[in-house]
Design a protein around this ligand. Sequence first.
Ligand code: ADP
Length: 521
Amino acid sequence: MSPDGAQERDPEAGRRLVRVAIGGAAIAVLLTGFFQMRAADWPIYAIVAALTVVLTAPPVRILPDLSLPVPLMAAMSGFLYIGGLPILVVNFAVDLVMSVLVRVLPPEVVGRVRPLRLLRDFRSSPSGSRFGPMRVVNVEHAVFIVGLAARWWVATAVTGGEPIWTSVVAIAIAEVVGYSVWGGLSFLPVFPDRPLFPLAGSQEQIRPLIGDIALTLQIVVTAFIYLIVYSYAETGLLGAGTFAVASLAVLLVLERLNDRRLQLEEQNRTLARLNRELEHRERLSAIGKMASVVSHQILQQLGVIGIYANLVRTASTDGSAPESALARTRLHGAAIEGALEDVNRVLRDLLVFSRDLRVNPYHHEVVSLLEEAAAAARPTAEEHGVRLRVECPGDLGAELDKLKMKQALENVLRNAIDASPAGGEVVVGARRDGDVLEVFVTDEGAGVPLENREAIFTPFFTTKENGSGLGLAIAREFTRAHGGDVDVVPGAGGRGARFRLRLPVGGDAGSSRAGVPTPSR
Ligand code: ADP
């Protein structure tokens, strides 16, 4: 197997070959990447190059005269060159047996045995009607061997009867011809994904053909050819063959990796598109919900206003004392004002909710925030006969947007008062829990059923006749804008509800959104 029987083998040849293999592979990878693939693929090349360096390090003596430096490549080439023919024979035999089985066995048995079922389905598919998958594999092998034969023939012809290994030019030409034959044969109509000319037209069908031609060109044009020729000169035909197959394998692996990545990217794009569609639909549905809630509220209150306005317009003493008629009319006027206040509240909530959520945090004493929110809620609490208590250490301070947190707290307080029985107590308080400031509101109402504990914070969720469903959504958005979050748990002893607005403190509470761990329930 020595390039020249009389010549002594150069002990340095193996080492040189290692260097050439690594250099050639690196150049080939660079060129391939440069011509075909994108910058994003370079991590893959780096990994392949690093693996090549590791795998090519120890030269391995395969035959007495042949030391190949590439265990992995040598294994592949040995398998393909030496094992190619037996594989062909075995494939034909298996294909024959399976074809007979598919014909003679009852359909339900064929359906139960996977390889048989695949063969049957493949045959009945439009693209595979004439050729079974095994036959396609066989033709692949045959094409490969024809390619090798073409190489050998050309090399022999070019050297004119001289031993082939005397001419590096001969082997170079042979390689070019061999790959061209291989590329040309891949046009055969046997391959279901590569139709014969005239092409069926669709780009999808042309793509594999272009891929084959590109692969052939890559091997012929890039440094792989240099690698093959050099290894021929160093170690003879088997070395050249090894590198020919190995080059092919490297390119195929790279292409496969690239295909996988492209597939993944496509999947990601599809996922992103679906997400966008979902978001769009959710937004549409939220707008629909908002329109229905807001118009319902406003129409209802306009109805009330209409009734009382009519009463005011047609007011008369009707024989009663003018003072009592005046008092009645005043009551009607107050009812109109109440209805107007309800309409105002819905529109105000809507406005607050749709405004931007940027916060302007400054240092504040938490107790003053709680007291201001309690003061705003006190008239409603008195109206409901509910006691309101503030419970907060005086030295507690935090960086927060007071206006927004006060609004959030007022919304939670209003609900707590609504939910409380007359004579009940609502407590608004705060405490420090490590790096978290917990502002809480407890009541002695019916509490929030477990299944609604998430839903009550979504916009337009309401169980009230006159509710807008925006109060808690606003509270949550404002708390989240501070990097915190809000939740509800049962009150002490399982009675009532305890709303917890948890804000990160100690850092920049205003700009951080990463912040607060979800409170345990
Ligand atoms: P609205 O008060 O307009 O209904 P919110 O967003 O403020 O809107 O509240 C949503 C829902 O959450 C209420 O309709 C109610 O069912 C429930 N909820 C809020 N706070 C309490 C509470 N303290 N106790 C019981 N349920 C509550």
